[in-house]
Ligand binder design. Structure first.
Ligand SMILES: Nc1ncnc2c1ncn2[C@@H]1O[C@H](COP(=O)(O)OP(=O)(O)OP(=O)(O)O)[C@@H](O)[C@H]1O
Length: 455
């Protein structure tokens, strides 16, 4: 088993430091010794210790332990969780009780038995490890709660296009490959990323979502990699970064196209090395994440223009999933609208609500520039304002400018044909034979046109 535990021993007796180092080094990962207590802070800023063994009396002739208690308080000002084991040459139970009351983890007498020192340090180290685990778990729990509070939606997507995408997703989800999800705003990139996480072996671990577009350039490193207390003015406590929180699970980086070149370089290094170093930290931390990125920006074009790193694009884009705009998957509008109606009716205690056939038709005729998010908001508004249990097209307050009808000034035959085909397919709920019949053409001509207009 690899050795664990970093110990700093501070005592003005240099011979004792040598003896302790020799004895403890085979049992702990690092043992650092120091004879001058004024240098404790320097050591604590250079490395992370689990235990500090501290002499109670530094000045010859003084043995009331006050100096040791003073240095212990200084240590705790720097790191309140650091375990301090006090050393004294004088067996003094009262002093031991006083030190422990003031926050010492334990107490050792100088007239020692080596085995007792080892067992004391080992149990202090185990306790210290558990305390740190608890503090890490508390932070994870807080984040997890925040994630759960932003409720996830069930994945709806019956259209042929979405079924094909889901077929591919089911194959890639259980692997650990990096995925890039592309699509306009509101097409469901985050819902898709959460679905992939749920279908993967990492599903019992965290799904951590980061909106890179909302993070200020200066805070990028601290948000993603964490920071140590005191690393900068506002760093009042240690903070675990998103990479570490997601370790074992999935990290979802939304709006990846918004990253500056400097941030791209830092992200690439973290992905290549599979480790991060918190801001102000000295020790790199190993991370094991499955990465899913998303964007609505043309990354290939950005690479060509020099605003996105090609090596980063290769790393994040093992497989790309392109989510179609809602206007290009009309068959999904009805099921999505029905799903949102139930959800919002529950939210606003409206009992059982339903959409009339003409309401669904009207929804299918919209162009939805804001995609599923816009559809969801439209339904929410209708649910809040409706007076009866069935919602018709007038209750939807649809934006007339977004209706998928061509204005009178459009004489482009192709545009008219494309729109008519879309309408016929939606009207026939995706039944191609019926749609072809309605349009007065045969099925194979309809398929040719679907291909031509990329419907
Ligand atoms: N397939 C789906 N089934 C159910 N709800 C969905 C689906 N896709 C998206 N939604 C809902 O639509 C809204 C927008 O989805 P989401 O945030 O995943 O989109 P996005 O593409 O990540 O948006 P943005 O580009 O703005 O970050 C959310 O409320 C989400 O729950």
């Amino acid at each position: 088993m690899p050795k664990e535990g970093n110990i700093l021993i501070v005592d003005d007796n240099k011979e004792l430091l040598v003896a302790l180092k020799l004895y403890l080094s085979p049992h702990f990962k690092t043992v650092v010794t120091e004879h001058n207590p004024n240098r404790i802070k320097e050591h604590l800023t250079k490395a992370v210790f689990d235990i500090i063994m501290l002499d109670m009396n530094f000045k010859a002739g003084i043995n009331n332990g006050n100096e040791g208690l003073y240095w212990m308080q200084e240590v705790h000002k720097h790191d309140p969780e650091l375990a301090v084991v006090l050393i004294t040459a004088y067996s003094d139970v009262e002093l031991a009780v006083k030190a422990i009351k003031k926050g010492a983890a334990d107490f050792i007498e100088k007239s020692w038995d080596e085995r007792k020192i080892l067992s004391t340090l080992r149990s202090v180290f185990e306790l210290q490890k558990s305390k740190r685990d608890i503090s890490r778990l508390k932070k994870k729990h807080k984040h997890l709660k925040e994630c759960i509070d932003t409720q996830t939606d069930m994945f709806i997507g019956q259209s042929d296009t979405m079924q094909q995408i889901m077929h591919m997703v089911k194959k890639v989800a259980p692997t650990d490959v990096n995925l890039l999800i592309l699509g306009e705003n509101g097409t469901g990139k985050e819902v898709m990323a959460r679905t992939i996480h749920q279908l993967s072996a990492r599903k019992d671990e965290m799904f951590v979502s980061v909106d890179l577009g909302a993070i200020h350039e200066n805070l990028f490193e601290s948000e993603l990699f964490g920071h140590m207390k005191g690393a900068f003015t506002d760093a009042k406590t240690d903070r675990t970064g998103r990479f570490e929180l997601a370790s074992g699970g999935t990290l979802f980086l939304d709006e990846i196209g918004n990253l500056s070149m400097a941030a791209q370089a830092k992200l690439l290094a973290a992905l290549q090395n599979r480790e991060i170093t918190p801001v102000g930290g000295t020790r790199p931390v190993k991370v094991d994440i499955r990465l899913i990125c998303a964007t609505n920006m043309p990354l290939q074009q950005m690479v060509a223009e020099g605003s996105f790193r090609e090596d980063l694009l290769y790393r994040i884009n093992t497989i790309a999933i392109e989510l179609p705009a809602l206007r290009n998957r009309q068959e999904d509008i009805g099921p999505l609208a029905n799903y949102f109606i139930q959800k919002q009716a529950d939210k606003y205690n409206k009992g059982s609500l339903s959409l009339t056939a003409n309401a669904i038709e009207a929804l299918q005729e919209q162009s939805w520039p804001g995609n599923i998010r816009e559809l969801q908001h439209t339904i929410e508004k209708a649910v809040i304002l409706c007076d009866s249990a069935s919602i018709c097209s007038e209750d939807l307050f649809l934006n007339k400018h977004q209706a998928k009808v061509l204005d009178d000034a459009c004489f482009n035959l192709n545009e008219h044909e494309r729109l008519l085909i879309e309408k016929a397919i939606a009207n026939c709920k995706g039944n191609m034979s019926k749609a072809a019949m309605k349009l007065g053409i045969n099925r194979s001509t309809l398929y040719d046109k679907i291909k031509k207009y990329d419907l």
